[in-house]
Design a protein around this ligand. Structure first.
Ligand code: HPA
Length: 274
């Protein structure tokens, strides 16, 4: 029997609850090379993706493939160690399955991070950028197909997917922690190729400050289902530089790892103050 996505979500929720019944209030999705926040969670339960019914399995280097349940900053959280990308061959619906699951488990606020290339010429490698809006037209919308009213409305408003009060709170915290922040528009693309020079230029003209291969599909599904969202990019490469324009995945992971402690500090404090 083929289960609908709702039936799958219900079945998976039941499975998770049978393993760990306490409700997480905050969901965390950490990007490539940005997984250290999860190490600071007081772990109550870990469940590997491969053991979770209907869960895809993560294949990208730097990802561990498990859900971590526990406490950080006095809040009960669930963190995805490793997210699913469209470029891995998953359907957009599979990419957002864990986000919907989080809502079914009781999550109210979703925090996401990612590694991104910069088009904004004032950005440097290692900068943190609060995502205040996104462009998702260069990838595939995960809500295409039959709409399930249990998840959200057919034509969701997207005027403020990134919660303004969470952005204000993060800025204040970063100031207190002495961490400089940029803010801007994240352009979501499918990958897995990095962009050509002409593509970076186009994305910049289109209004993007940074570009990456994740997040926007998750944010669309999260917004659809009514989660409060905060997301931050770590700038790992400068797409628009005219000279040395070659980018490797290793370089991205290294830059992400170097900037990671700043991001972790902000996320941790933000969770504590939710
Ligand atoms: N482009 C797309 N995705 C990325 C980049 C980039 O330059 N850097 C990190 N992820």
């Amino acid at each position: 029997m083929i289960l609908s996505s709702i039936e799958q979500l219900k079945e998976t929720t039941k499975f998770i609850k049978s393993k760990f019944a306490l409700e997480p209030k905050v969901g965390i999705v950490l990007g490539s090379g940005l997984g250290n926040l999860a190490k600071e969670i007081e772990i109550e339960k870990e469940i590997h993706y491969k053991d979770i019914p209907h869960f895809p399995i993560s294949t990208v280097e730097g990802h561990q493939g498990k859900l971590v349940f526990g406490i950080i900053g006095g809040k009960r959280v669930v963190a995805m160690m490793g997210r699913f990308h469209y470029y891995e061959g998953y359907t957009p619906e599979q990419v957002v399955f864990p986000i919907r699951l989080m809502k079914f488990l009781g999550v109210e606020t979703l925090l996401l991070s990612n590694a991104a290339g910069a088009m904004n010429s004032s950005f440097k490698v290692g900068d943190l950028m609060i995502i205040n809006d996104h462009i998702s037209l260069f990838t595939v919308n995960p809500l295409i197909g039959k709409n399930h009213d249990e998840l959200g409305v057919r034509f969701p408003d997207m005027s403020e997917p990134y919660n303004k009060s969470l952005i204000a709170k993060a800025k204040k915290l970063a100031g207190q922690l002495n961490i400089p922040l940029k803010e801007g528009v994240y352009a979501g693309v499918t990958g897995p190729t990095f962009e050509t020079r002409a593509e970076y230029k186009l994305l910049h003209i289109a209004g993007g400050d940074a570009v990456g291969m994740s997040t926007v599909q998750e944010v669309i599904a999260a917004s659809h289902i009514g989660l409060s969202i905060f997301a931050m990019s770590v700038i790992t490469d400068i797409g628009i530089r005219e000279d040395e324009n070659i980018i490797t995945h290793e370089e991205v992971l290294q830059a992400a790892a170097e900037a990671e402690p700043k991001l972790t500090a902000i996320f941790k404090q933000l969770i504590a103050e939710l």
